[in-house]
Ligand binder design. Structure first.
Ligand code: NAD
Length: 302
């Protein structure tokens, strides 16, 4: 951890219009949170179904607030109108900050980031919600790496207060300042951290997933582990948390962690390589048990 967020805020350029790339679990959550706190946001995906799902989720969350009497129907409609779904980059010329939240694949992220950089203004801040991929690595192909940093939200976005703001080697203070200020405007608690695979939280979390996976492979009952960790005081156990995260995301992020820290993290959330077997998480992934996103993971969902 390098510096506290507050010292950056004095220099921040305000984010009046944001955009998120990807309308999946995270992109949809980021769009909802931004809209809910009053910053208009474009939500772009390549699939119409993803946009529909992202919007459905946002509507559901706003409706819950209305049920609790926190929003009137009019306010709900107004907040929802802060989310502008799109399949094209049409209005990206006027965006102050972009959050990239597409699949956890460095090649896809590279393609998306270079594409969007060519369309936005010179001062637009680009950020990535990557869980694990180094920000310095993702900045490699960018023309303005000083305008790029990590903005790592946690799942579910509307409930998790923390946002890691990751400073890559070439990230400038203005990018960090704008991202910290935007995170605060979204009602979150930003922390500025140095760059490495997994940043801070996932450096701690992935060995935990790995330990859980090994116990399951040795025959432990996952439900029992969850119950024990809840009694230990965590809000949920590792099996349930993996269902929330998504087994595909965990495996892809696990590969990045294994590459970054081969001795400590190889195969913890993935394939251990020739003759070394597979982690329980990898086996779940290969059996299409992705978690809540397809209603079957360690647990079954309606
Ligand atoms: P997801 O699979 O739910 O959503 C990804 C979305 O990106 C899909 O809707 C897909 O259609 C879209 N997409 C793919 N290519 C695109 C493109 N070129 N342009 C626009 N959209 C495109 O994945 P997710 O769980 O929301 O993860 C997204 C990112 O957030 C990943 O980098 C992941 O590591 C990170 N993240 C995930 C979690 C989590 O718990 N799931 C937590 C923190 C960060």
């Amino acid at each position: 951890v390098k510096k506290k967020g507050s010292q950056y805020e004095k220099q921040a350029r305000p984010v009046k219009q944001a955009a998120v790339l990807g309308a999946g679990i995270m992109g949809g959550g980021i769009a909802y949170q931004s809209a809910s706190k009053g910053t208009p946001i474009l939500m772009k995906d390549i699939k119409e179904e993803a946009i529909e799902l992202g919007l459905k989720e946002a509507r559901k969350l706003f409706a819950k607030q209305a049920e609790r009497g926190k929003l009137s129907t009019g306010q709900m409609a107004e907040k929802l109108s802060n989310i502008r779904p799109t399949l094209s980059y049409g209005d990206f010329g006027h965006v102050d900050l972009v959050v990239e939240a597409v699949v956890e694949n460095p090649k896809v992220k590279d393609a998306v980031l270079t594409e969007v950089e060519g369309l936005v203004g010179e001062e637009t801040i680009l950020t990535s919600n990557t869980s694990t991929i180094s920000i310095t690595r993702l900045a490699q192909n960018l023309k303005r790496p000083e305008n790029f940093c990590g903005m790592h939200f946690f799942n579910p976005v509307h409930r998790m207060p923390l946002v890691e703001v990751i400073r890559g080697e070439k990230t400038g203070d203005a990018a960090v300042a704008a991202t910290v200020a935007y995170a605060r405007a979204m009602g979150k608690t930003p922390i500025v951290v140095n760059d490495c695979p997994g940043f801070l939280v996932n450096r701690v979390l992935f060995p935990y997933f790995g330990g859980f996976s090994q116990l399951v492979e040795q025959g432990a009952d996952f439900q029992r582990i969850d119950k024990v960790m809840e009694k230990f005081g965590w809000p949920m156990g590792p099996a349930y948390l993996l269902d929330v995260v998504g087994m595909d995301t965990a495996v892809h992020a696990g590969e990045v962690m294994a590459e970054g820290f081969p001795e400590r993290m190889a195969g913890m959330a993935g394939d251990r390589g020739e003759g070394k077997g597979k982690s329980a998480i990898q086996v779940m992934f290969e059996n299409d048990r992705l978690g809540q996103k397809n209603a079957k993971g360690f647990y079954a969902y309606e």
